[in-house]
Design a protein around this ligand. Sequence first.
Ligand SMILES: Nc1ncnc2c1ncn2[C@@H]1O[C@H](COP(=O)(O)OP(=O)(O)OP(=O)(O)O)[C@@H](O)[C@H]1O
Length: 237
Amino acid sequence: MTGPAHLPGQATQSTATALQSRNLGFRWGRQQPLLTFPDLHLQTGEHLFLHGPSGSGKSTLLSLLAGLQQPTTGELMMLGEDVSHRASGDRDRFRADHLGVIFQQFNLVPYLTPLANVLLPTRLSPLRRQRATPTPTAEAASLLGALAIAEDHWQRPVSQLSIGQQQRVAAARALTGAPEIILADEPTSALDADNRDRFIELLLTLAKARHTSVIFVSHDLGLAHHFHHQVCLEART
Ligand SMILES: Nc1ncnc2c1ncn2[C@@H]1O[C@H](COP(=O)(O)OP(=O)(O)OP(=O)(O)O)[C@@H](O)[C@H]1O
């Protein structure tokens, strides 16, 4: 990981550890090789860029951090809790309460409107519902506005939106109910360079205002300058 790179103004903010991993490894199947990962350490409110060539294990590592898979080896601490060896139901609960996830394919519910999609985390988690201010609907509307989704699009099925718009809806959904950590897996791969940079700046500005930590995965090293830290996964032979 590169140096601490604290931004001006951060000194007065909390410096609690958002995430720490040690000796994390994962095997996709008995006959598969053990994929090992560098140790991570991220403070609250910091933004980490995770990059590496295709097949290096970026998505696998993110699925461990999201609790979609359980690590084969090592320890994972998130928000001061050891989440390495929890049952899948507990990992699902932790994700619903504390993590905003933006998947590569966005994973929006196609027949629901943008507003209904953004409200989903607050329906799944009482904690996220409680944190959505002033109300879940008002927060969802405010996030959609901040992410430049025009109001006349809010009541259409999300499948009728452009890829860029769907991606911004996915970002609004990840941010709603103020999760402590956002995990984003290559959400910009379908965009041109200008829209990619604009999206990342918007996401990080909103995250910064909420003091949310972000882990952003991409193979595109040209995006690294937006982030406080970067970690490179090595090519697998
Ligand atoms: N569902 C799976 N079952 C078995 N092996 C998998 C599965 N998903 C990934 N792998 C293997 O794990 C390794 C790492 O894959 P992963 O998708 O994490 O890499 P990546 O860096 O995200 O790649 P890309 O940039 O192409 O998305 C690869 O060898 C891949 O074949």
